[in-house]
Design a protein around this ligand. Structure first.
Ligand code: GAL
Length: 882
């Protein structure tokens, strides 16, 4: 053999990495019944769900880095067909849709990628990811054995696979893609399609395989997935799931670690103790790949949110919040969990199936013990035995005996023992810090003082632009681009979803006999529509007389009509197209059934026999008055601060970006419903719709999670803050344009910066030592293991430092974050010591040890350190250890 070949190959590989942006030496991916095999080796993989268009390319590197730091091995995303092919055969792979760039960034960070092509994705994304033009293809039926649909689906899936291959992004090319997905959750709707559904599943599987992508494919929630495809689980818990063949590994493609918000709904929250429990149970019971749906949820910018009625924020209560900041303690606690699982990985991959030991009525252990003969070959230098001890009792702590030792297991928790002896982590014991974020005004927001005005809003000082301009949207046809036809048309057939809005205009002739009929019988005529979605505004003779909100609800609206001709204008509106269910192409929008006027002298008037004039969208929308160039051409007039709230009105102003690097939020709490643009970027729909007053009570992590458990924000608008990505802003003179439908107070709008200002943590002597410093070999070396002590880790957002310690007590402190107080036992130097270790630093670590606090402040009592600190922006950060 040519002796220089390995070196040459290595050099070639290295230069390829540099030139093509490929990230790894080429490797292959396969699987067996236990796990994915990366270059022939089983792996336990943690995946973080991030949808690239729900952030900006400028945010991607930081989100990926925070996922990696949190312990992820893999990033998972869907592919968003309607974003990539907004017009048939016209593709968009730019900006937020630059999927190639996203995948390359993942690879160059050393992470793998799971690409879920779908192309149906659900995802609370408009129309489930389908381009709306798809429904116009003659004879099309979505997601079934239908040739026009299959042709389009195949073409798009092939397009993506080819693109990934051309860009060298598959693992065998040195790229990060280790796994793909075809379809999504079809198992939930398959029965609606009968035998054709079954054929479709087989076709989709075969079609995917024939694309020769060279990595495994999964179907999520598809119990009858053919042999060649791995069927994976989604849900809040997947430990009880098993794939449909003994040859497939147990994969969890969607762990719903939070939930999405709907306009007028509460804010969903899932406690981190329960998420950690679900994840640990999954690995305990033989799982090997787990993905957080979502690790970062982000924002439904523009009109991308699905529906009906999904909010613009897709925060999802994820470990990284909508703005890209860490959500604590979620991120930190899960990071510890991932480290604990990684310590077990050598034993987990070496064992085909765990040994089950019943420890009590609701307690059980799963033991992964490597047979001695296998130990050296399969588990490397890790432990030869790892175990998970679970207490699934929702109420009581249990004491169990496992391999001769007693363990205390809190209710609804799992303890992880990488060496089958030492508990390094319990899912219910949270030592990670809590972060309290504030959205606040950063002085000076508006540098040009002439356009600023301090205002008291809900007793808080806030700054808003002083100058606002306004423009009325016509309540009628506004361009020649309208048409008149007899009949009531389906909404999407007309709008093609180019706008939420469809104007429908007709004329009603009222006779003198009708008027006297109404007077004599003391009735008023009524507009009746059998079924309507999502919003309808009704105008008679230029006046808004009623609005209806709902998803396929009946409309019964009394209307006052005058003798002679009356103009009836119906504005039908969508708020995110349906993204879930069978037959999406038939779902449509606007009205269904009869549209009529009742209580006329001669009975009912069937309005489908009338001529209607249709106009799609808003004038301002189509004239693009939200862009810098076009906004100058529109005829804005000055708005006076005392102007009363006005419906169907455009507003514009200019504002300066908050100083610094903090993420930026637009506070639209004073407005009604509409859409907002900043420098021409559509930041989304807004709606100050209020969540129900009740249903937010106490949150107990124990027991099965469901979406209304632990919800917050009752009685408040679902969303008032809207993310303006920093990269869409310049330092000053940013154009803000709003279209307001229902009336609001623009003078109270403010631009704020979001950051973590308060951090708190509570760690006791009984907490487990931080796992970040451990490696599997520590379990062989009992000595170094015994030296480990619990630690408190405090960290501000990037670019911030701990400016003061507001509270510190080592002893028996009481209360919780922002309400801590000293208990009976307190080390007097607590505050001084913590301040010394942390003040002026970006992060710090404090060991929970008597000697660190000048001796034991109270013998025989378990001591806890509680700290509350303030974070403020800084230019330099450093870290230190006490
Ligand atoms: C799943 C679906 C996801 C998302 C999720 C709820 O069933 O596959 O795309 O919609 O529900 O957030």
């Amino acid at each position: 053999m040519f002796p220089g070949r390995p070196l040459f190959a290595a050099l070639l590989c290295f230069s390829l990495i540099i030139q093509l942006g490929v990230s790894f030496a080429p490797f292959n991916v396969s699987y067996d019944h236990r796990a994915l095999l990366i270059d022939g080796k089983r792996r336990m993989l943690i995946s973080a769900g991030i949808h690239y268009p729900r952030a900006t390319p400028e945010m991607w590197p930081d989100l990926i880095a925070k996922s990696k730091e949190g312990g992820a091995d893999v990033i998972q995303t869907y592919v968003f067909w309607n974003g990539h092919e907004p017009v048939r055969r016209q593709y968009n792979f730019e900006g937020r849709y630059d999927i190639v760039k996203f995948v390359k960034l993942v690879g160059s960070s050393g992470l793998y990628l799971h690409l879920r092509i779908g192309p149906y994705v659900c995802a609370e994304w408009n129309f489930g990811g389908f381009p709306v033009w798809l429904r116009d293809i003659p004879g099309i039926e979505f997601r079934t054995d239908n040739a026009p649909f299959k042709d389009e689906m195949q073409r798009f899936v092939k397009k993506i696979v080819d693109l990934m291959q051309k860009e060298m992004l598959f693992s065998w090319q040195g790229g990060p893609i280790i796994m793909l997905q075809i379809e999504n959750e079809y198992g939930n709707v398959e029965s609606s399609f009968g035998l054709r559904g079954k054929d479709y599943v087989k076709w989709a599987a075969r079609m995917a395989l024939e694309l020769d992508a060279g990595v495994p494919w999964v179907m999520c929630q598809q119990a009858d997935a053919p042999d060649i495809i791995i069927n994976a689980c989604n849900g809040f818990y997947c430990d009880a799931f098993w794939p449909n063949s003994a040859n497939k590994p147990k994969l969890w493609t969607e762990d719903w670690n939070g939930w999405f918000a709907s306009w007028g709904g509460r804010t969903p929250k899932r406690p981190v103790e329960d998420i950690a429990f679900a994840v640990a149970r999954f690995f305990q019971r033989g799982g090997s790949f787990h993905n957080y749906y979502m690790y970062f949820g982000g924002t439904n910018f523009g009109r991308s949110s699905g529906g009906p009625f999904y909010a613009t924020s897709y925060d999802y209560d994820a470990p990284i919040d909508e703005y890209g900041l860490l959500s604590q303690p979620k991120w930190g606690h899960l990071k510890e969990l991932h480290a604990a699982i990684k310590l077990c990985e050598p034993a987990l991959v070496a064992v085909d199936s765990p040994q089950y030991i019943k420890l009590g009525p609701m307690q059980e252990a799963h033991v992964y013990r490597v047979k001695e003969s296998l130990y050296s070959t399969q588990s490397g230098n890790g432990s030869s035995c790892s175990a998970f001890l679970a207490n699934i009792d929702e109420h009581k702590t249990a004491s169990v005996t496992f391999l001769g030792q007693v363990y205390k297991l809190p209710p609804w928790s799992v303890s992880i023992l990488p060496d089958c002896r030492t508990t390094v982590f319990n899912t219910a014991k949270v030592g990670a810090q809590t972060s309290i974020k504030t959205v606040e005004f950063d002085l000076p927001l508006f540098r040009n003082i002439s356009v600023t005005q301090p205002l008291m809003v809900q007793n808080k000082i806030s700054y808003v632009p002083k100058t606002w301009m306004t423009l009325k949207e016509p309540i009628s046809v506004w361009s020649e681009n309208n048409f008149t036809i007899q009949g009531v048309l389906e909404h999407l057939n007309v709008t093609k979803d180019h706008s939420d809005y469809l104007w429908r205009i007709t004329r009603i002739n009222v006779s003198a006999e009708d008027i006297s009929f109404w007077e004599e019988n003391q009735v008023i005529p009524t507009l009746s529509i059998d079924s309507m979605r999502d919003i309808l505004h009704i105008f008679v003779n230029g006046q808004l007389i009623g609005s209806v909100i709902g998803h396929w609800v009946k409309v019964v609206q009394p209307i006052q009509l005058l003798q002679g001709y009356n103009d009836l204008v119906l504005l039908s509106q969508t708020v995110g197209l349906q993204n879930y269910g069978a037959f999406l192409e038939k779902d449509g929008a606007g009205f269904k059934g009869q549209v009529k006027l009742t209580r006329f002298k001669n009975g009912e008037i069937d309005l489908s026999e009338y001529s209607w004039t249709y106009q799609v969208g808003l004038r301002g929308e189509f004239q693009k008055i939200f862009t810098i160039d076009e906004s100058e051409k529109a005829e804005w007039t000055d708005l006076t601060p005392d102007a009363s709230p006005s419906t169907f009105t455009w507003y514009k102003t200019f504002f300066d970006a908050p100083n610094g690097e903090n993420p930026v939020a637009l506070d639209l709490g004073s407005m009604g419903k509409g859409q907002a643009w900043v420098n021409g970027h559509h930041i989304g729909r807004y709606w100050t719709r209020v969540a129900p007053k009740d249903g937010c009570g106490k949150c107990d992590y124990r027991g099965h999670y469901h979406t209304s458990k632990c919800a917050t924000n009752c009685g408040n608008p679902t969303q008032i803050w809207y993310h303006i990505p920093r990269s869409w802003l310049q330092a000053s003179n940013n154009l803000l344009v709003l279209f307001e439908e229902t009336g609001g107070k623009p003078f109270e709008i403010s631009v704020k910066s979001r950051s973590t200002q308060t951090i708190c943590a509570e760690v006791s002597e009984s907490h487990y030592p931080s796992l970040q410093n451990w490696s599997p070999s520590d379990f062989i070396d009992q000595n170094s293991k015994n030296k480990m002590t619990p630690e408190m880790h405090l960290q501000c957002d990037d670019g911030h430092t701990i400016s003061s310690i507001e509270f510190a007590s080592y002893g028996t402190p009481q209360g919780s974050c922002q309400m801590f107080s000293q208990g009976q036992c307190h080390a007097p130097n607590s505050l001084a010591l913590v301040s010394k270790a942390c003040q002026g630093k970006g992060s710090c670590v404090i060991r929970i040890l008597n000697s660190a606090f000048g001796g034991d402040p109270c013998r025989g009592i378990v001591k806890t350190l509680a700290v509350e600190a303030k974070c403020t922006p800084s230019s330099t950060t450093s870290s230190s250890q006490l």
